[in-house]
Design a protein around this ligand. Sequence first.
Ligand code: KE4
Length: 428
Amino acid sequence: MKRTQSDELFARARAVMPGGVNSPVRAFKSVGGTPVFFAGGHGARLTDMDGNQYIDFVGSWGPLIQGYNFQPVVEAIIEQARLATSFGAPCLPELKLVEEVVARIPSIEQVRMVNSGTEATLSAIRLARGFTERDVIVKFAGCFHGHGDSLLAKAGSGVLTLGLPDSPGVPKALAQHTLTVPYNDIEAVNEVFTRMGEQIACVIVEPIAGNMGCILPELGFLEQLRKLTRQHGSLLIFDEVMTGFRVARGGAQELYGIGPDITTFGKIIGAGLPVGAYGGTVKIMSSLAPEGPIYQSGTLSGNPLAMAAGLALLNTLDAEFYQSLNEKTENFVAAVRALATSHGIDLTTNHTCGMFSLFFTQQTTINNFDTVTQCSAEQYRHFFQHMLDRGVYFAPSAFESGFINGCHTAEDLEFTLQAIEEVFRTLK
Ligand code: KE4
């Protein structure tokens, strides 16, 4: 498949943008080759600048759960754009979207809108630290919460040793307050709380991890986090930037029946426009300025254009939608597994409603970052490139999740499975 325009445009982009992109994962570093410049899309199909068509399983990394050129969202944006794109003042669209989030999620009484998932998580961390008057936070290896300084920290030599910066520019003095433990490792969490519980402001977790591939919480993991944080006066933050309104009408917390103290959102809540949000009880959220002393602000927070888009999308995501999406995901992943078995490909899959990952490995269980790193990145690279050339666009990284969306038709999935079978034949 020729992508001359993408090649030429990427060369131009590299001259004026670091790495030619506005976010690192888009640069195809881990899969090789030149990133595709897309021109537009409709439903589950993207068209690149050379006119090539692709069935898309990235969906802008999750927001486009109803696909491209989805009319209810397009019309809401056009209608609002004619009135105003932003006021920097209260407006009805922000109030309506917040009321919709509160109505869907029992653990949330109040919401603060921001402009990205990163802004939501870094604000939630500051809120938890200010509310508890503690500095230490706990996160999990392989979970990604955006690029806030406190969250770009990695484990020290042991789970109880002080965190280390995971990027230049993050002060050591800050990183040391971040403890990183293995996902699904209840014993490690017990040990951290036994030794430091009274110093811990919060635990932040992707209730279903999506940033090391799709990894599901094992039985009792989330429940133990809820129990320990409550026992020690720490706050539990569910980072639902990816799972929020993706895996269920009320997010992962609805699936697992666990109410965190703070929830963060992004992606779907903005329908592809820049929106993040965080919410919790009045008791916690009222600590935020102007009501309380904990400061956070944003010129474009709650802007009517993004709010109108987000609400228009959420209004189409009812219980029936998720039931159908879950069935579609299950059937698709089962079909891929059957193809791998019939072609002797070592493949393990994880999935939940609307999200899945294909791990090229002989391991039968992929449940944390260590098991993910033992999967074959080379086979994923081969798979990605050969699927791309067959007109199917998967995530350009083995450490991301794939997304099945409402817009994927039976024909789209049948075409994809045929392409996968051809590629599996070349993989052995
Ligand atoms: P943003 O700042 O990218 O809107 O959100 C950060 C974030 C926070 N929490 C979770 C669970 C997330 O998945 C993300 C962002 N996800 C990545 C890819 N999985 C965004 C893609 C990118 O980095 O370009």
